[in-house]
Ligand binder design. Sequence first.
Ligand code: URA
Length: 436
Amino acid sequence: MLTQEIIRTKRDGGELDPADIARFVQGLTDSSVTEGQVAALAMAVYFQGMNRAEAVALTLAMRDSGEVLSWPELDRPVVDKHSTGGVGDNVSLMLAPIAAACGLAVPMISGRGLGHTGGTLDKMESIPGYNAVPDNALFRKVIASAGCAIIGQTGNLAPADKRFYGIRDVTATVESVPLITASILSKKLAEGLGALVLDVKCGNGAFMDNPDRANELAGSLVEVATGAGMPTTALITDMNQPLASAAGNAVEVANAADFLTGKARDGRLLDVTLALVAEMLVSGGLATDADEGRTRALAALEDGKAAEQFNRMIAELGGPSDFLRDPGRHLVRAPLISALSAGREGYVSGYDARGIGMSVVALGGGRTRPGDPVDHAVGLTGLLPVGARVEKDTPLALVHARNEDQVAMVQRQLRAAVQVSETPPDRSPVILGRKG
Ligand code: URA
């Protein structure tokens, strides 16, 4: 079918067959399909949707638009996790080494932050010397010895998605469940995994702000991944408050370092991290059920093995060889650290989590356009969980900033983003559901 006929079929609510989808993706990759045609098809899918068979075909075609990795040299199950993105979501930094310490191989290809959600890669690049874009040989070497490597996407992994996403981003067509599904899964399927675990965030700091939408996305991701031959499960987790008590780059790495060494662990972050590692261990065949998986994950954390794997990964990717001995010595610090006090007695009763993420962007710790640099030093720490009791002078957060103007601006934003009430709020669970 001609490209315009493919667009017309979808525009009129018809079903596309796999051969036409593959032809379209070929044109997307080699640029023989124009930007206008890509945008038109994206808008047609936005309004008409895609059935599961079409979404599977789109995912597989985008996966096959570039290199597809395989790991014949490894004798351990290869499993990864993907999060749809949140605020203070540094789970990957602990999850990868915990899962590695439990016997999995985790080739984690992560993205940079855009908008209010942080990017794992930006966080890792806060570590001096850390090479987040190693060549293939080094990537494989690190996976073989440390069990995990957190790196960036190479140009050759699902290149069709890179062009498609760029066009969707500027044509208001990102928020389409089948397009999000194919975009996320094409990249993960190209990693050559044996199984995948998804963390679908739900709440005011997430893409999907309500449980119905989060369930819809989780269902689509699990069914399409399974249809594409990848055993996949998903947890739906709460994103109505920052997950860690820190949000930013170096500050989230410091938070992860404290978590791994046992110096401090945020409760909700621990719950989500262990639950996701447990899912990975079950799908990799290293635990019989989630309870056993959680117990094994916690043991790897408590006995220091996870911390060892993290240190090894950092050292082999060019970072300090003793990073976890004194992370503060290696991480950049902002020149100003200023507390925002609660100003009244009560309880932290709610967050505009997106607003917290945007405060980090306003400080320079995130980006609003792809390719912009980020300031690794700035961010927020000391964020309190919903339900925390505060006195008038209790800090709601510490603002890590470059100058006083930034502090004043972000303090105003934070006042609007953190609610304090007289009575304690209802407790809400952090794990909201599971698919698969
Ligand atoms: N993340 C992706 O990688 N793709 C999307 O379409 C949305 C979020």
